[in-house]
Design a protein around this ligand. Structure first.
Ligand code: FES
Ligand code: FES
Length: 227
């Protein structure tokens, strides 16, 4: 912390505000603890006989601030399709890669890998998220639903059934993302008209141009879900 931080907490008359001093103190304490933890991890990693896996892992509570040494991993706990899953991964790993490569849930597709196509759409705490654009570590403690989590045993979700009924996929690469967006679109109540469905599904691209059938499937499933 530099001295300009302290200057922010001094009144115009030169007196220190006790409340802000307290905040400043706790901020310093937090930063010091982070520095000590990071230094400890680095030192352990270079020590003779150190166990590399333990040295590289800085455990964090879900949602709390943390600092991670270069090359270190963090533990992330997610609820995925109703199951608690714990992962130790580098902070740079996207939610998409964590789902596909670490958990083997390959139903979620990787298209552009830069937020443009929507193939990687999953629900995070009920909201649609492009999983290639979010880091798994940022979602600690969240409830994630992928296309694998929609069916109840043999019984498909009404959106999945409607996609089959309306032949709303051709190659199917975009389909899992379209279905996840459709589920959210219906839950959000954005299915009042074809135009509204098109607008709220517009973050999902289909290179096979199955759009007409996708819109019909979403409209049909919306009636089914509301019944
Ligand atoms: S893969 Fe995420 S938006 Fe295309
Ligand atoms: S069905 Fe082929 S990309 Fe949509």
């Amino acid at each position: 912390m530099d001295s300009s931080d302290d200057a922010d907490f001094v009144h115009d008359d030169g007196e220190h505000d006790p409340e802000t001093e307290k905040l400043l103190h706790s901020r310093r304490t937090v930063l010091k603890s982070i520095a000590v933890a990071a230094a400890g991890a680095a030192a352990a990693g270079t020590g003779a006989g150190a166990a590399p896996a333990a040295a590289e892992t800085v455990r964090t509570a879900a949602g709390s601030a943390y600092a991670v040494a270069a090359g270190a991993s963090v533990e992330v706990a997610l609820s995925v399709n109703g199951q608690l899953r714990k992962l130790v991964l580098e902070p740079r790993v996207t939610l998409l890669d964590a789902l596909r490569e670490r958990l083997g849930l390959t139903g979620t597709k990787k298209g552009c890998d830069r937020g443009e196509c929507g193939a990687c759409t999953v629900l995070v705490d009920g909201e649609r998220v492009k999983s290639c654009l979010t880091l798994a570590v940022m979602r600690g403690g969240a409830e994630v639903t992928t296309v694998e989590g929609l069916a109840r045993g043999e019984e498909l979700h009404p959106v999945q059934e409607a996609f089959i009924r309306h032949d709303a996929f051709q190659c199917g690469a975009c389909t899992p993302g379209q279905i996840m967006s459709a589920v959210a679109c219906i839950n959000e109540g954005h299915t009042g008209s074809e135009a509204e469905i098109r607008e709220w599904m517009s973050g999902n691209l289909c290179r096979c141009a199955a759009y007409q059938n996708i819109v019909a499937a979403v409209a049909d499933a919306a009636k089914e879900v509301r019944r």
